[in-house]
Ligand binder design. Structure first.
Ligand SMILES: [Zn+2]
Length: 307
């Protein structure tokens, strides 16, 4: 096998902290993944912040070892995390999926490794990875992840709007149910994977236990109940995206995350809605596409943010 040539001017480490796994990658100057590895986020449900930190330390140690084999010393560690991030203090203020609150991860890792550490939101990191790879048709785009939650990373004229893009908590129904964020009718209660699963399961019988991959497959094969639920979710998502386009005048929407991994039905519904309801001038040249799903996207973006 031909050995890949890496661009070794600098190397960085990127870590993607998710609810189910921690993925780490050693990334070269051009954003190529040299090596990557992962650990489950928690060995058991009672795991503490301390255990989470020790898993991250173990991944970083292994990546530093890999870098040394290449004669490299990583110049930075970027951490991408779900939740509310304070970039100044490099603290995860609150991440429901990780079960952490006021976790000063940046400072703790910097004290241990003596390498600069930056912290960012995971969808910001994904947008950054997409930008670094240059696989976009505009310098104003939005990467939207639709999975357990919904979040967006926004690049406007080549500048990442860090900390923006809490699209999952955009109000899409002011008469809707109460969200833990304190608002009503947030998008995530209509278009996230768990929200659509819950809706499908109200169909009882064979639908009672259905999970997202099966729902997507059934919708593709013409199951009208699954199609109705996906269509409703897609239209709520479309509504939020149209609002975002009108606010930001972005030219490209890249859709990623678990809900968009397979199938055409949901994607087509979103595309149709966005093109139908975006103002004509703003709809010119606007694209809504699926972003190729790469497990390492968050880690790569986090590493790129260290540039
Ligand atoms: Zn909310």
């Amino acid at each position: 096998m031909k050995r890949r040539i890496y661009s070794w001017k600098t190397s960085r480490i990127g870590i993607d902290l998710g609810g189910t796994k921690i993925l780490g990658a050693l990334v070269d100057e051009a954003g190529n993944v040299v090596t990557s590895l992962q650990l489950p986020t928690f060995s058991d449900k009672e795991a503490s912040q301390k255990e989470l930190l020790s898993s991250i330390i173990s991944i970083i140690n292994q990546l530093i070892k890999s870098a040394k084999k290449e004669g490299q010393t990583p110049q930075g560690i970027g951490i991408a995390s779900a939740g509310i991030i304070d970039q100044g203090t490099r603290t995860i203020r609150y991440a429901q999926s990780l079960g952490v609150k006021d976790f000063s991860i940046g400072k703790q890792l910097e004290d241990i490794f003596q390498i600069p550490v930056r912290l960012c939101n995971d969808t910001d990191a994904a947008a950054m990875a997409k930008w670094q790879k240059n696989n976009n048709n505009s310098d104003s785009f939005m990467y939207v992840s639709v999975g357990t939650g919904i979040g967006a990373g926004i690049m406007k004229e080549g500048v990442l709007l860090q900390g923006a893009g809490e699209i999952g908590h955009m109000t899409v129904n002011r008469e809707g149910g109460i969200c833990p964020c304190g608002n009503r009718g947030c998008l995530k209660h209509y278009a996230s994977g768990p929200a659509m699963e819950e809706k499908v399961r109200t169909g009882h019988g064979r639908y009672a236990e259905m999970t997202m991959p099966e729902i997507i497959e059934r919708a593709e094969n013409g199951d009208t109940w699954c199609q109705d639920v996906l269509k409703e979710g897609a239209h709520y998502l479309g509504l939020a995206l149209v609002n975002a386009v009108h606010l930001l005048h972005i030219k490209e929407i890249a859709l990623g995350g678990g809900v968009l991994q397979e199938g055409e039905f949901f994607l087509k519904q979103v595309q149709t809605y966005v093109h139908r309801y975006t103002m004509p001038f703003m709809a010119e040249g606007l694209t809504v596409k699926r972003s190729p799903f790469k497990a390492e996207i968050g880690a790569v973006g986090a590493a790129c943010i260290m540039r």
